[in-house]
Design a protein around this ligand. Structure first.
Ligand code: PEP
Length: 252
């Protein structure tokens, strides 16, 4: 179902104590000030259980992992399976963040496998797509995004696809302070929704949640989220401070 969502990707940040403080602050605030959209935090794996415990007491907070193994179980040192996430009541997981694609060489096929594993356990993939600066400058951004969607998600049947959230994150905007203009975001989101409509039909396309990510902050969130095809944000840096993340969550 299409929803307004803000998801905070903490990446590899915070001590356990700092992480717990942030989750506690967000839980407390949102319990008293219900946001219009859904709120998801994506802490490092070691803090998922703690965050999940808070979420179980909250009517607002949801928890997402940042990554999952493409395998079921076995001799894969250092990996975490979808089944393990489910065991902690984790219901969302980021897949294909550009940092995973770039620094860990994750391929489209691996990402498609990860999506399948998550869906096997009814965990919602937050599937990231987005072009590099070079690709945009060569006017190749639509082709890149199309290929990422087709290779990572379009093997799913309609029922499966209905459980996926998409995050459009232009790589040139991630952590750079250079945010996409509202027009650039809307243009790409509409394009993505159009591709989904071609493949799965208008109903599913209109029901798909498409988040924007890349230097979204309390100052620009409102104008980005005001666009018709932008359903919220995947937030990196600005999700690390409760005050900033709360302002973004209140930008709908
Ligand atoms: C991200 O890494 O998903 C992200 C959007 O980062 P930032 O908000 O810091 O650009």
């Amino acid at each position: 179902m299409r929803k307004n969502i803000v998801a905070g990707n903490w990446k590899m940040n915070k001590s356990f104590e700092q992480a717990e403080d942030l989750v506690a602050d967000l839980t407390e605030y949102f319990e008293e000030n219900k946001p219009k959209g859904e709120v998801i935090v994506c802490p490092p794996n070691l803090y998922l259980e703690m965050a999940s415990d808070y979420a179980s007491e909250s009517s607002v907070l949801n928890v997402s992992a940042q990554n999952v193994s493409e395998y079921d179980n076995g001799a894969y040192t250092g990996e975490i399976s979808a089944e393990m996430l489910k065991g902690l009541d984790i219901n969302h997981c980021i897949v294909g963040h550009s940092e995973r694609r770039q620094y860990f060489n994750e391929t489209d096929q691996q990402l498609a496998n990860k999506v399948d594993k998550l869906l096997d356990f009814s965990i919602i993939p937050i599937f990231c797509i987005g072009e590099s600066l070079e690709e945009r400058e060569k006017n190749n951004h639509f082709n890149v995004v199309k290929a990422q969607l087709e290779n990572g998600l379009f093997h799913l049947n309609s029922d499966e696809f209905s459980n996926v959230i998409i995050a459009y994150e232009p790589v040139w905007a991630i952590g750079t302070g250079v945010v996409a203009t509202p027009e650039q975001a809307q243009e790409m989101h509409a394009y993505i929704r159009g591709l989904i409509a071609e493949k799965y039909g208008n109903n599913i396309a209109n029901d798909t949640t498409i988040l924007y990510g890349g230097s979204c902050n309390p100052k620009n969130a409102k104008i980005l989220f005001a666009n018709k095809d932008v359903d919220g944000g995947l937030i990196g840096g600005a999700s690390l401070k409760a005050e900033d993340f709360i302002k973004i969550a209140e930008s709908f």
